[in-house]
Design a protein around this ligand. Structure first.
Ligand code: PLP
Length: 255
């Protein structure tokens, strides 16, 4: 099994492409990784962002795809609308089954995106995606709607669900993830139980969650089952973390 992450680099290791690679590896999926931007940051703040040239990111994707039979991919930090449009072209070209984590800001609050990013993700990437995994803040920015409670979150999931299946992650609300899929036999909403975990080790939890979903889907597991398993995996990664970062290697220690 093999999967691709197209995302930014967080040198602290808790989030971004390192979190994605650790997650794929811990779940037994061979990781490939294309870097869209370097960041200078730790868990407390983002000190700078250096986007990689879009043509060079395209070249990374082309050369990885030329050698490996990759069907499942996820996106994390894409930074600009231009990057989103290029990635959308590649997803089409290689018929990738895509999970989109619409990363806009770091957990510390530092921005990881240009102003045109949310609009571009909605227009170009979500219509191609198998799933998107916004947290509450990202879901609000993507739809322009405010989320104060679980009902609001469900409405926003329905709104984004017009573009692709959507799970609004509940870590910032009450721990429950809300999944919406506009299925052919009616409109399905599934509430997936999550647990509130009282810790500060959540830097990179969105990256870990979306990578774990991608890994489970690459193994042939259904989407709803993948969501449940990924939620459990992320909870364990948070519980085993330290210093504000996650520890995705807990599974290996148990093997
Ligand atoms: N991608 C990169 C490169 C990051 O640095 C971060 C956060 O710092 C994220 C994504 C988003 O992280 P989270 O999973 O906490 O939303």
């Amino acid at each position: 099994m093999i999967a691709l992450s197209i995302a930014g680099f967080d040198p602290s290791g808790g989030a971004g492409i390192l979190a994605d690679v650790k997650t794929f590896q811990a779940l037994g999926v061979y990781p490939t990784a294309v870097i869209t931007a370097l960041t200078a940051q730790n868990v407390k703040h983002v000190g700078g962002v250096e986007p990689v040239d879009t043509d060079f990111v395209a070249k990374q994707i082309d050369l990885v795809m030329a050698e490996e039979d990759i069907q499942y991919a996820k996106t994390g930090m894409l930074y600009s609308g231009e990057m989103v449009e290029m990635v959308a072209r590649k997803v089409n070209e290689y018929q990738l089954k895509l999970v989109v984590d619409p990363v806009l800001v770091a957990g510390s609050g530092g921005t990881l995106s240009r102003d045109d990013l949310a609009r571009s993700i909605k227009k170009h990437l979500l219509p191609l995606a198998k799933l998107t995994t916004p947290n509450i803040h990202e879901a609000e920015v993507l739809t322009g709607l405010e989320i104060k409670n679980e009902e609001d979150a469900a409405n926003v999931a329905c709104e984004l669900g017009k573009l692709c299946p959507t799970v609004v992650t509940g870590g910032h609300l009450n721990g429950r993830d809300i999944f919406y899929e506009n299925s052919s036999n009616g409109n399905d909403i599934n509430f997936i139980e999550g647990e509130i975990i009282k810790t500060s080790n959540t830097h990179g939890s969105g990256c870990t969650y979306s990578s774990a979903i991608t890994a489970y889907m690459a193994m042939g597991i259904s989407m709803v089952e993948s969501l449940k398993k990924a939620s459990h995996f992320t909870k364990k990664a948070i519980e085993n973390g330290g210093h504000g970062t996650l520890n995705q290697m807990w599974r290996q220690n148990q093997l």
